[in-house]
Design a protein around this ligand. Structure first.
Ligand SMILES: [Zn+2]
Length: 157
């Protein structure tokens, strides 16, 4: 007789999956199978709209909001959330936020922008203007260099 690969419970001779019933339900194979089936079913727009409407009806049901608030208070969810805010997570959030807020400042000039706004106390608009001019000068120089290169035939050798 074979045994369940997780809990060593004896399995019937007809069992071909190698798990007992409760362990099969928690197994990665079963999860993958269920997920795959759901991905396939989710392609059906009619199922999607039915699920969406059921979800909306559930959320608007009586007492749902109050129960959610009570649950958050009972579990002290905010403490769980802030426990996950490690210095690394915060640093990542700052990097992403800067990517959005400083999208108009070319990456190679962001240190200069920081110097202008923090040390030199220029306003963000003034600093951005300086950076834009600097960037245009850099690009003009770069284009001139490329054109000279083409003229001298350096790019062809
Ligand atoms: Zn088992």
């Amino acid at each position: 007789m074979s045994q369940c690969v997780v809990c060593s419970k004896e399995l019937s001779r007809r069992n071909t999956i190698g798990y007992c019933r409760p362990c099969w339900a928690k197994s990665p194979e079963k999860r993958a199978k269920t997920a795959k089936a759901m991905v396939r079913r989710w392609q059906d727009p009619e199922l999607r709209s039915r699920m969406r409407e059921a979800g909306i009806a559930n959320l608007n049901g009586p007492g749902v909001r109050d129960r959610a608030i009570a649950s958050i208070k009972a579990r002290r969810s905010w403490e769980v959330a802030s426990a996950h805010l490690t210095p690394e997570v915060r640093a990542k959030a700052v990097r992403r936020s800067l990517e959005t807020k400083l999208a108009h400042i070319p990456r190679e000039l962001r240190a200069e922008y920081k110097r202008l706004t923090r040390k030199k106390k220029f306003s963000a608009a003034e600093a951005a203007e300086f950076i834009r001019n600097q960037h245009e000068r850099d690009m003009a120089q770069f284009r001139a260099k490329i054109l000279r290169g083409v003229g001298d035939g350096h790019l062809h050798d």
